[in-house]
Design a protein around this ligand. Structure first.
Ligand SMILES: [Fe+2]
Length: 178
């Protein structure tokens, strides 16, 4: 895995752990270790998949399923696009958090959804259909963001505070909001 994907994955894991710790304090039932594993591993096959012209979420899914890590497999499979039932579930799931965290991290920096999707449009919006898909995904994730943050007492831009830390630091809300 190239350095830049390692840095990106560390940051996604950090954001995911932070959000899930925060949600846990407000009473959500979440497996933080699973979020961390999903964040660290979601792009594990990305480089190979680019070369092979494969869908990297599906190739990562197959890898972890073969290894017997079914929960991680399910999370990495959904990191680009969530299954509809997970998106609409009233329970916030580990897969939803990893998916959202990935949308807040551009390279290894935490950005807003608008910044991230602008970048995705430039990099992947090569046809009108692709641009439409990216815009639809942006709408979906905006709704997810609303559903996460209505349970928390920080705004979504509050996550940007983590940018002052190294991506690998494992932080809990109480470390930031003393
Ligand atoms: Fe990815």
């Amino acid at each position: 895995m190239p350095e830049h994907i390692v840095a990106h994955s560390l940051r996604v894991a950090q954001v995911g752990v932070f959000i899930s710790s925060y949600l846990k304090m407000s009473g959500e039932d979440l497996d933080i270790g699973l979020v961390e594993a999903g964040g660290l591993l979601h792009d594990i096959t990305k480089m190979d998949s680019i070369h092979a012209g494969e869908n990297h979420a599906l190739s990562a899914f197959r890898l972890f399923r073969t290894l017997g890590y079914h929960e991680v497999a399910d999370i990495v499979r959904q990191h680009v696009r969530l299954d509809q039932d997970i998106r609409h579930d009233t329970r916030i799931s580990e897969a939803l958090i990893v998916n959202y965290a990935d949308k807040r991290v551009k390279h290894s920096s935490i950005v807003t959804l608008s910044e991230r999707f602008e970048d995705l449009l430039i990099r992947y919006g090569t046809t009108p259909e692709r641009r439409e898909t990216i815009r639809r995904l942006h709408d979906e994730v905006t709704e997810i963001e609303f559903n996460i943050f209505k349970k928390l007492d920080i705004g979504f831009t509050g996550l940007n505070d983590l940018n002052v830390l190294e991506p690998s630091a494992r932080v809990k809300p109480e470390d930031i909001y003393k």
